[in-house]
Design a protein around this ligand. Structure first.
Ligand SMILES: C[S@@+](CC[C@H](N)C(=O)[O-])C[C@H]1O[C@@H](n2cnc3c(N)ncnc32)[C@H](O)[C@@H]1O
Length: 356
C-alpha cells in the first residue's frame, strides 16, 4: 500500500468470510444472551425496533443472532441495518441474507422484517439521529480510522513500543471516542450499544496469542523470510502493519470514566476467550494437514487485504497474487509440519452501554 494511512480494509469476499470464520460466529452466538438481556432492559414499545450490525462483513456470522432478536421481539416490526465499508462484498451479504447460499433466511415467514444496508464507516454517524434501539458490532472496531505509523518488526501495533506505540494508542483513543459519539447520536433514549471487540485481557492475552505459537509473530516471521529472500522489499515489509489496535479494558472504559461521553452509561464490560475451533478440532482428529488446510483460510480472510495493499503498485496483479499465495502457503506448511501450539483463539472485550 503506497499510502500508509489508508485503512479502508477489505475482508475476502464471495462468502469466504463467514465460511472461514466459524470462530467469529461462535463469538457472536455466545454474545447472544448479552444482547437479549440488553433488549429486555429497554422500555417496551410498539414502534418499529431498529438494530444495526456495524462491520457486518457478509452477514453470515450474525444471521442467527439477528433471527433470535427478531423472534424475541415478535411481532414487533423489526429493521436490521447492515453497515460496513464500500470495499465490503455486499453482494455476498445479499446472497446470504436473502437465502441464496442455502443458509435459512430469517425473512422467510417474517413479513414484518425490513433489511437495509449502508456502506458508511462507523467512524461517521451512519443512521439518522435518535433512531437506533440496538447498535451491535462484533470483531470490527479494532480496525482503526487510519494507520498512524508503521510498526518496526511486527505486523501489529500490539508489539509496538515507544513513539510507535504512543501514536497507535493516541489514534485508538480518538477512534473509540468518535465511535461512541456517533453511536450516542444514533441511539434512542434507553437504547443500547453492544460492542464485542478484540482487545487485551487481564492476563495480557490477545488474538492468536494465548499460549503456544504466536500468530502475529508467525505473520511477521514469514514476511521477514520473504524479505530476506528478496521476494519483497524492506519498504513493503514495513508497510505490512495492520491498521488495528487491541484496547485494554481500561482503554475501553476511559471515555465512560472520564465523563467525555456523558450521555452513555457503561452497564457491563468483561473479557472472554473463545478457543480456536480449528485447533480444538485438531486435538480430536490429529490430522496435521487437515488442520493446516482448514485453519489458514481463517487468517487469510482478514489479513489478505492489508497484506496485498502493502505490495507495491508497480507489481502486476498476478505477481501480487503469487506472493500472497506463497505467503499463506508457507504459513500452511508451518502448521502442517509442526501443528502443536498453532491456533487463533479469540480474545474479546464485551461491552454494553446505555444511552441516557
Ligand atoms: C473481522 S470482520 C467481522 C465481521 C462480523 N461482524 C463478525 O463478527 O464476524 C470486520 C469487519 O469490519 C469492517 N470494518 C472495518 N473498519 C470499518 C469501518 N470503519 N466501518 C465499517 N466497517 C468496518 C470490515 O470491512 C469487516 O467486514
Amino acid at each position: 500500500m503506497s499510502d500508509a494511512a489508508r485503512a479502508d480494509v477489505e475482508m475476502k469476499g464471495g462468502g469466504y468470510y463467514s465460511l472461514a470464520t466459524r470462530g467469529a460466529k461462535e463469538v457472536i452466538d455466545r454474545a447472544t444472551p448479552l444482547v437479549l438481556q440488553a433488549i429486555d432492559r429497554m422500555k417496551r414499545s410498539s414502534r418499529p425496533f431498529v438494530m444495526s450490525d456495524m462491520g457486518c462483513a457478509d452477514g453470515g456470522t450474525s444471521l442467527d443472532l439477528v433471527r433470535t432478536c427478531i423472534d424475541h421481539l415478535a411481532p414487533r416490526e423489526f429493521t436490521i441495518v447492515y453497515t460496513d465499508q464500500p470495499r465490503n462484498d455486499f453482494n455476498a451479504l445479499f446472497r446470504i441474507v436473502y437465502g441464496g447460499t442455502g443458509l435459512p433466511s430469517y425473512l422467510v415467514g417474517r413479513d414484518w422484517v425490513r433489511v437495509l444496508v449502508s456502506a458508511t464507516s462507523f467512524y461517521r454517524q451512519v443512521l439518522p439521529s435518535t433512531t437506533v434501539d440496538l447498535a451491535f458490532s462484533a470483531t470490527a472496531m479494532q480496525w482503526m480510522s487510519a494507520k498512524p505509523v508503521n510498526v518496526t518488526g511486527a505486523v501489529h501495533s500490539v508489539f509496538a513500543t515507544g513513539a510507535e506505540h504512543e501514536a497507535f494508542a493516541a489514534q485508538a483513543r480518538t477512534d473509540w471516542h468518535d465511535i461512541l459519539r456517533h453511536r450516542t447520536a444514533e441511539l434512542v433514549s434507553g437504547g443500547r450499544f453492544v460492542s464485542v471487540t478484540f482487545g487485551i485481557d487481564e492476563r495480557g492475552r490477545f488474538l492468536g496469542n494465548t499460549g503456544g505459537v504466536s500468530m502475529h509473530e508467525t505473520f511477521e516471521a514469514i514476511w521477514e523470510e520473504l524479505a530476506d529472500e528478496g521476494v519483497i522489499t524492506p519498504a513493503e515489509l514495513l508497510d505490512m502493519t495492520l491498521p488495528q489496535y487491541y484496547r485494554t479494558v481500561d482503554e475501553f472504559r476511559a471515555p465512560f470514566d472520564d465523563g467525555s461521553v456523558p450521555k452513555l452509561a457503561l452497564e457491563d464490560v468483561f473479557t472472554r476467550v473463545v478457543e480456536c475451533p480449528f485447533a480444538a478440532a485438531y486435538t480430536e482428529h490429529h490430522d496435521a494437514a487437515r488442520f493446516a488446510r482448514e485453519y489458514v483460510p481463517t487468517l487469510r480472510s482478514w489479513t489478505e487485504g492489508t497484506f496485498r495493499d502493502a505490495l507495491s503498485e508497480r507489481r502486476s496483479p498476478e505477481e501480487r497474487a503469487a506472493i500472497i499465495d506463497e505467503y499463506y502457503g508457507r504459513y500452511e506448511r508451518r502448521v502442517r509440519e509442526a501443528p502443536e501450539g498453532h491456533g487463533m483463539s479469540y480474545v474479546h472485550v464485551y461491552l454494553v452501554a446505555r444511552r441516557a
